[in-house]
Write a protein that binds this ligand. Structure first.
Ligand SMILES: [Zn+2]
Length: 84
């Protein structure tokens, strides 16, 4: 969905539909039908949408955990956040 851009996003944007707020949280999830168990997909969320998105993923049994965006930036496999 948002993994294609290679043109350097200046800001990490909330993944909620229609929201352009700066993301504060990374919600990590995994869909066992699509992904291997150790794979983590990441949704970004602002303070306002964090709970909503956690609930969305949780209801589908996909939700794993939430970490601050700053922590995501230190991880190599966070999609859409490939900074040095
Ligand atoms: Zn938002």
């Amino acid at each position: 969905m948002t993994e294609t851009a290679d043109d350097g996003p200046e800001m990490l944007e909330c993944s909620a539909r229609g929201c352009r707020a700066e993301a504060a949280w990374g919600l990590r999830w995994n869909n066992p039908r699509l992904h291997t168990p150790d794979r983590r997909k990441v949704w970004l969320a602002c303070d306002e949408h964090r709970e909503h998105l956690e609930g969305f993923l949780g209801a589908r049994g996909l939700y794993k955990d939430t970490v601050p965006v700053a922590e995501l930036l230190g991880e190599a496999d966070a999609s859409g956040t490939d900074r040095p």
